[in-house]
Unconditional design. Structure first.
Lengths: 474, 474
C-alpha cells in the first residue's frame, strides 16, 4: 500500500526525497531563509546518531567542550587558506545591541580557529598532549541553494579537534577517526561507504590532507558524508601552539579535525528508503518496534502491554499504537516513519496461536507462535533486518560502481547510469577539471589500497599512480 | 590541606569563585569578548545536567527539536513586548558572505518567536494539541559585564515551548515544569530552591506571568536559576496560532515556555564548594568515585582494578588515578575537581585489612573492612553524601532567610548579612523601586502558599496581600 503523498523514487527522485522528508515529518522549512527546522522525528534520529557517536568518541579518549559560536574577523584571518575558503559563505555579526561592533565577527562555519586559539593558551609541554576534544553544535554557511539535511545554511554536526606532540600520532588520529566513521556507517546506518584521500582540489582549506567517507545514494549520486583532516603544523604556526618536547626544545604541535553532520539523515533516506516512506536500520531507529493492536479488545491490549514491557526491559525502544484509527492506517503510518519492526496482534491470529511480525525493509510478514519468547523473536529479526539492509545497500553500491579506462566510456556511464566510477588519474588538476565537464563529476577520493587499472590517466593518458573514485555529488 | 591557588571564600568571595572555576578547569575566557569556553570538566557537568533533565522532560511527554539560530527582524518584531525587552541586547547579523542582507537577523536570545511561527504552520485542530517541544542550544545576549556561568554573552540552555488547547492545561504545564526544576535542584543538585511567581516588573517580557526557581548562594546572594512562563494567548495572537476547538470554532492557542541554563553550574559552585575547590553532589558529578592507589604495588593495582570493575558494573562513574604523582597530590586534585568519594588503597591499610573511603564534602575518612562489599559501602556513602549536602545547604538557606516588617530592619539585614528577606508587599511597583535602593535588592518571587507577615507593605505600610522574598541578585 503505497502512501499517496509520496512520489515514486523511480519517477522523480528529487520530489520523492522531499515527499519522504515531509511525510515522515523529519524537517520543515522555516521562515529563516535557507534554514530548516529539525522536527521531533528528524531530531530523534539525530539524537540517536549523537548518542552512538559520542560513546564511540569517548571510548577512543575524546572529551566534549563548547567553544563560542562567534569568531572575530582577525582571529579568523590568522590562517589564510581557511578564511579564503570560507569568506564568501559566512554570516557576519556587525552590531551588538544598538552599537556597531569595532570588529565584526562571523557565525562559526567551523571552529579550527577557536580551538587553535584556545590550544595556544593551554599547551605548554609534551606532558599536556595529546588534547582530544570534540564539540556538538550547529554551524552556518551562507549557501545559495538549500535542501533539507543535504545542504542548508545552518546544520548540526560534531567537530573533533585534537592536538598532538608528534606527526605520527596526529596522522594516526586522522585515520582512526575515519575508521570510527566507517564503522558507524556500516554497523549503525547500514551504509557501505568507501573511504580514501581527497585530491588537492577537493581537500579542506588549510589541511595537509583530507580523508573522506563517501556514500552512494539509490540514484547513483555520491554524498560526501564525513571528513577527517590532518593539519600538520599549519594551524600551530598560525596560532602559535608550541610546546616543550622531550628534548626540552620548543616545537609546533600537530593537529587534526574531523566531522560528520545532520547530512547523514539525508544519506539514510537516500540509501534505504522507498516509495512508502522512511526505512531505518534498527540500530539507528529512534523507535525500533511498534506494537499495533488490530482491535482494542482487552485481551489484545493485555498482550500488547506485556510485550511492550518485556521488550523495553530488554533494552529496545518500543511503543504501542492505541489510537482509534484503523489497522491499515496504523500500518501505513509505522511504515512511513520507518519503524523497522511491527508487531501486529489480532484476534484471528490469536485464535491460531500466533502473532504477526512485519518487517519494514522487505514488507515481509512472519507469523510466530504465541508461545515463542517475543524478545528472542524480535532480537533475531532485528539483527536480520540490520544485516540484510547493509547487504542490500552493498549489493546496490557494487552494482553501481564501474570502471572506466577511456573518457568516452566514463561519459557514457555518467550520462546513462551514474554511480561511482573508478578510473586512473595522473594527478594533474587540469584532468580533474576536464572530468568536471561531465555533469559536474568530481573526484570522490583516491583509493589508497588499490592499484591503478591501467596506470594511464583516463583523461590525458599520461602515467597515473592514482586509482580515483569519481562521482556526481550532492 | 587548602589548595594554594584558591582564595578563601570568607576573604573574597568573588575571587574565590574565579579561583575555583580556574582550579577545576571548568571554563576559560576566550578571545571572543564576553564569551566563555566550556572546558571538558565544565562541559561534563553540563552534559550530566542535560542527560538528567532530558530524561525528566521525556518522561513528562516532551520531544526535542532544533530551530534556526537566527531570527529575521520582522519575525522578532511581531510580539512587541518581547522585542522591546531584548532589542538592546541582541547580536545582529547584517551580512551573508559579501552581501548586505535585505533584512537583518538577530542571533536568538530566546526562541518564542521561532516556535510560535512554526506552531502557526502545524496547529490546525485541537487534535494536534498539545505540542510539547524542547530545544537544547546556546543563545546570545549582548551583556556588558560577564562572569563565567553566571552571565556571559553566549550561554547554553534548554528552552521548552509548548502549545495547548486550553488555558487550564497550559497553566498546569507551566507549574509542572517548575516542579520538574525544583525536583532536579533538590534531588540532583542538592540545592533547596524556593519557588514562586515573579512580580510584574520582574516577569519575562511577553509573559502573562512567570514562575521562578531561586537559589541562595553561600554568601547570601540570590541566583535566579530557572523560569517557567505562562503566555496565555499573547503569542498565539501575534503569530496567528489558531485551531478548531471541539465546538468547531477557531480559537487562539495557549502557550508556555520554560528554561534552565549553564548558570546552574555557577549555582553548584556557590552553594556547595569550599576553599579546597569544587564540591559536587554525587547525583550530578561526572566522576562519582576516584580510586587512588597510594603506591603502585601490584597487589594494590589489582584491588583498584577489581573495585573499578565492580563499581562500573554497578553503574557508577569511576576512575583510577594511576599517574606517578604523590598520593597527597592525587588527593588534592580529586578534591579540587569535586569528586564526591575517593577510595584510598595503601599497604598499611591493607595490612590492617581495610581500605579508606574519603568524603569530599566533609573531608571525613572512613575505614572499611576489605571484606566488605565495596559497591555496598560506596552506595551507602554516596547516598549519605547526597542527602547531607542537601541538608547542609537547606540549613544554611534557612539561617540566611530573614523576615522584615520595617524598612529599617530590611536595610540592616541587607547591609550586614544579606540573604533572602521575607517581607510584605502591597503590589505597588514604586515600593519595589524603593527597595531596589537597598544594594539593588529585587523581589525574587511572591510566595504563593504563604500568608503575609503583618498584612502591611514593608515600604508604604498600606494593605499587603503578598508575601515576597527579596534578595540581592547575581
Amino acid at each position: 500500500m503505497a502512501n499517496k503523498k509520496i512520489t515514486s523514487r523511480d519517477v522523480d527522485f528529487a520530489q520523492w526525497y522531499t515527499d519522504v522528508v515531509n511525510a515522515a515529518h523529519l524537517s520543515s522549512y522555516s521562515n529563516v531563509k535557507g534554514c530548516i527546522i529539525l522536527e521531533p522525528n528528524g531530531y530523534a534520529i539525530w539524537e540517536k546518531m549523537q548518542q552512538t557517536l559520542d560513546k564511540m568518541f569517548k571510548e577512543t579518549g575524546h572529551r566534549n567542550v563548547a567553544m563560542p559560536m562567534l569568531i572575530p574577523e582577525n582571529l579568523m584571518k590568522k590562517e589564510g587558506e581557511l578564511i579564503n575558503g570560507f569568506a564568501p559563505e559566512v554570516a557576519w555579526v556587525t552590531m551588538g545591541g544598538n552599537k556597531q561592533l569595532e570588529e565584526r565577527m562571523c557565525v562559526r562555519p567551523t571552529s579550527e580557529t577557536l580551538f587553535s586559539d584556545y590550544y595556544s593558551t593551554v599547551v605548554k609541554s609534551y606532558r599536556d598532549l595529546p588534547l582530544k576534544y570534540n564539540q556538538w553544535c550547529s554551524v552556518m554557511r551562507w549557501e545559495k541553494e538549500t535542501r533539507p539535511f543535504l545542504r542548508s545554511r545552518e546544520f548540526w554536526w560534531q567537530e573533533g579537534h585534537t592536538v598532538h606532540a608528534t606527526q605520527a600520532e596526529a596522522e594516526a588520529e586522522t585515520r582512526n577517526m575515519l575508521g570510527v566513521y566507517e564503522k558507524f556507517f556500516r554497523e549503525y546506518l547500514a551504509i557501505p561507504a568507501i573511504t580514501g584521500r581527497k585530491t588537492e582540489k577537493e581537500k579542506f582549506a588549510g589541511a595537509d590532507y583530507t580523508l573522506t567517507i563517501e556514500a552512494l545514494m539509490y540514484n547513483g549520486i555520491s554524498l560526501q558524508s564525513g571528513t577527517s583532516h590532518y593539519f600538520g603544523q599549519k594551524f600551530a604556526k598560525a596560532y602559535d601552539i608550541k610546546f616543550l618536547n622531550k628534548n626540552n626544545d620548543w616545537e609546533y604541535a600537530y593537529q587534526t579535525s574531523w566531522g560528520v553532520s545532520s547530512r547523514m539523515i539525508g544519506a539514510l533516506i537516500m540509501v534505504h528508503s522507498d516509495d512508502d516512506g522512511l526505512v531505518l536500520p534498527p540500530n539507528i531507529a529512534p523507535t525500533q518496534i511498534r506494537i499495533v493492536p488490530i482491535s482494542m479488545d482487552e485481551n489484545i491490549l493485555k498482550i500488547a502491554k506485556e510485550y511492550e514491557t518485556q521488550l523495553k526491559n530488554a533494552g529496545y525502544s518500543v511503543d504501542t499504537d492505541t489510537t482509534d484509527r484503523s489497522a491499515g492506517f496504523k500500518f501505513a503510518e509505522a511504515e512511513v516513519l520507518g519503524v523497522p519492526l511491527r508487531i501486529e496482534i489480532g484476534n484471528r491470529d490469536l485464535q491460531n496461536g500466533v502473532v504477526t511480525l512485519a518487517r519494514r525493509d522487505t514488507k515481509e510478514k512472519i507469523q510466530v507462535s504465541k508461545k515463542e519468547d517475543i524478545v528472542k523473536s524480535c532480537t533475531t529479526l532485528l539483527k536480520t533486518i540490520q544485516s540484510d539492509m547493509l547487504e542490500k545497500a552493498t549489493k546496490r553500491r557494487d552494482e553501481k560502481t564501474y570502471t572506466a579506462t577511456t573518457l568516452a566510456e566514463f561519459e557514457k556511464i555518467m550520462n546513462t547510469h551514474p554511480g561511482f566510477v573508478k578510473a586512473d588519474w595522473c594527478g594533474n588538476p587540469e584532468c580533474e577539471t576536464r572530468i568536471k565537464e561531465i555533469r559536474g563529476t568530481k573526484s570522490r577520493c583516491i583509493l589508497e589500497h588499490e592499484k591503478p587499472l591501467t596506470g594511464k590517466c583516463v583523461v590525458c593518458g599520461k602515467h597515473a599512480d592514482n586509482l580515483v573514485v569519481w562521482g556526481i555529488q550532492y
